[in-house]
Design a protein around this ligand. Structure first.
Ligand SMILES: [Zn+2]
Ligand SMILES: [Zn+2]
Ligand SMILES: [Zn+2]
Length: 86
């Protein structure tokens, strides 16, 4: 199964060095995910706040990637497929 949303991927710059919402709440996260549509940085589903997934539900921006060092995989929330950002 392929992702039909790759045309929404932009050359984004991460908005922040951590999860934007967690930074505002002075909360903690486990891993960071970058929205490839707008550059939002949110925390992963292993984090208690799950801000990356919440960002998708709030904005419908379907594609994120990991911005953990050495990780280049991404994810489409709509197609539920892994993407490679090599
Ligand atoms: Zn897709
Ligand atoms: Zn967060
Ligand atoms: Zn976004």
């Amino acid at each position: 199964m392929n992702c039909t949303h790759t045309n929404q991927i932009h050359e984004v710059k991460p908005h922040a060095r951590g999860c934007e919402e967690c930074l505002k709440m002075h909360d903690h996260w486990v891993h960071l995910r970058l929205c490839m549509v707008c550059g939002h940085v949110g925390c992963c589903d292993s984090s208690k706040n799950k801000h990356a997934t919440k960002h998708f539900h709030a904005t419908n921006h379907p594609i994120m990637r990991s911005i953990e060092p050495g990780e280049n995989w991404g994810w489409c929330y709509i197609d539920e497929v892994e993407l490679d950002f090599d």
